[in-house]
Design a protein around this ligand. Structure first.
Ligand code: ADP
Ligand code: MG
Length: 375
C-alpha cells in the first residue's frame, strides 16, 4: 500500500548549491506533519515542489498513488497558506474567502453557504464584512486558512504561518490550528523553524539540515531518541558529551567512557564496537541535582560537580554545573513553592545523578544516522 503523499528522491539545485538533496517523505492521510529545521535548510523549497510552484531536478511527487511531478500547481488538490497572509486589501473578509470559488465559477448561493461554514470554522462570523486592515494579525491568518480550506484541498501546506505573530498570539493560533485540523481532518504539512510549534502541533515531523532529512518520527521520538548529533542539538536543550564505547555490563546497556567524567552506563540496544567514538545525549531535566551526601538509587549514574551559575525561570531553575572538565546544563522543576526551598548557590558542591535509560547514545560521526554507524 502506498502512502497518501509520497516524495521520492526529491532534489533541487540552484547553481552549485543543493537546496533539497534526495529527500524521501511519506505522509499519512489526515496527519499533521511538520518540516522542521533552521533557516535555509530547504523547507520552503520542498513545500513549493509539493505545491507545484517549483519543478524538482530529480525525484517524484505522488498524491494518493497519482504521479503529479509534472502537473501544474493549479491542477493539484493542494492549497498553501503563507506567512504574509496575502489577503486582498480592498475585499472584505467574506469576499477574500469566496475569491477562489468565484473564479472557479461556483454558483453564488453555494459560495455563500460555503463561506458561512468557513466563517464558523474560523470563528469569525461577526467580522465577515470587515476589510483586512480592520482585523488583527491572528484574524488575518485565520482568513488565509479559510480561503485555502474552502477549496477542500486534500493537502494543506502551511509555510511558517505564525512567524509574523507575537508569542501569545502564536500560542493561541496553534490551538486554533489544532481545532481546525480536528474539524476538517485534512492532511496538514506544516513548515517551521520553531521546534516548539512543530512538537506541539505535529503527529510526526521531519528534522531537516542542509537539504536533507536527518530524522522522521513522532515528537517524542526525535526528542528522546535523536538519530544524529544535529537533531539532538536542534530539538530542545541538551548536554552532548563526547566519549567512546566500553564494555557491555548487561544486555542492552553500554558502558560509556566520558574522559574526565569517568565511566557511566547508558541504554543502547544496538551493536556498538568497543572503542567507537560516540556522544552521550543527556537532557538537562533528566539530571537530578542533590547535595554530595544525598541518597542516590543504586543503579543510577552519579557524578560530582560544583554549581557555577543558575537562572531562576519561575517554573524551573537552570543550573550550570562544572563536572570534571565539562559544563553541564541541569534543569530542576519547582514542584513546591521555590521560596520555601533552600536554593543551591554558585560554589556549592553537588551530586548529579541520572538513570541509565536517560542517557541516549548517538554516533560520533556527524550527520550520519545511528543505524549506519554503530555497527
Ligand atoms: P528554508 O525555507 O528552510 O529557510 P529555503 O528552501 O528557502 O530554506 O532555501 C534553501 C536553500 O536554497 C537556501 O540556501 C536558499 O538560499 C536557496 N534558495 C532558495 N530559493 C532560491 C532561489 N530561487 N535561487 C537561489 N537559491 C535559492
Ligand atoms: Mg522558508
Amino acid at each position: 500500500m502506498s502512502a497518501f503523499i509520497e516524495l521520492r528522491g526529491i532534489t533541487k539545485r540552484y547553481g552549485d548549491a543543493v537546496a533539497v538533496d534526495g529527500v524521501d517523505l511519506d505522509l499519512v492521510k489526515g496527519e499533521v506533519f511538520s518540516l522542521l529545521g533552521p533557516s535555509g535548510c530547504g523547507k520552503t523549497t520542498l513545500l513549493r515542489i509539493l505545491a507545484g510552484f517549483i519543478m524538482p531536478d530529480a525525484g517524484t511527487v505522488r498524491v494518493d498513488g497519482v504521479d503529479l511531478t509534472r502537473v501544474p500547481a493549479n491542477q493539484r488538490p493542494i492549497n498553501t497558506v503563507f506567512q504574509n497572509y496575502a489577503l486582498f486589501p480592498h475585499l472584505s473578509v467574506r469576499q477574500n474567502i469566496a475569491f477562489g470559488r468565484k473564479i472557479a465559477g461556483v454558483p453564488a448561493a453555494q459560495i455563500r453557504r460555503e463561506v458561512d461554514r468557513m466563517l464558523d470554522l474560523i470563528q469569525m462570523a461577526g467580522h465577515a464584512d470587515k476589510r483586512p486592515h480592520q482585523i488583527s494579525g491572528g484574524q488575518k491568518q485565520r482568513v488565509a486558512i479559510a480561503r485555502a480550506l474552502i477549496n477542500e484541498p486534500r493537502l494543506l501546506l502551511l509555510d511558517e504561518p505564525l512567524a509574523a505573530l507575537d508569542l501569545k498570539l502564536r500560542q493561541h493560533m496553534l490551538l486554533e490550528l489544532e481545532r481546525i485540523h480536528r474539524d476538517v481532518g485534512t492532511t496538514f504539512l506544516y513548515v517551521t523553524h520553531d521546534q516548539g510549534e512543530a512538537m506541539g502541533l505535529s503527529d510526526r515531523l521531519a528534522v531537516m539540515n542542509g537539504g536533507r532529512v536527518e530524522q522522521i518520527g513522532a515528537p517524542a521520538e526525535v526528542y528522546e531518541a535523536p538519530a544524529t548529533r544535529f537533531v539532538a542539538d536542534f530539538i530542545g536543550d541538551t548536554n552532548i558529551l563526547d566519549g567512546h564505547a566500553g564494555s557491555r555490563p548487561r544486555p542492552d546497556y553500554l558502558s560509556v567512557e566520558l574522559g574526565s567524567l569517568g565511566r557511566v552506563l547508558a541504554w543502547c540496544d544496538r551493536p556498538v564496537a568497543a572503542g567507537k567514538t560516540l556522544h552521550l545525549c543527556l537532557r538537562p531535566e533528566k539530571i537530578r541535582l542533590e547535595r554530595p551526601n544525598g541518597g542516590v538509587d543504586d543503579d543510577w549514574n552519579r557524578v560530582g560537580g560544583t554549581i557555577t551559575e543558575y537562572n531562576y525561570f519561575g517554573s524551573h531553575t537552570r543550573f550550570v554545573v562544572r563536572a570534571g572538565a565539562l559544563d553541564l546544563s541541569v534543569v530542576q522543576p519547582h514542584r513546591r513553592c521555590f521560596l520555601d526551598e533552600k536554593p543551591f548557590a554558585p560554589g556549592d558542591p553537588v551530586m548529579l545523578s541520572w538513570h541509565p535509560d536517560d542517557g541516549y547514545v548517538i554516533p560520533g560521526n556527524h550527520g550520519v544516522p545511528a543505524e549506519a554507524v554503530l555497527q
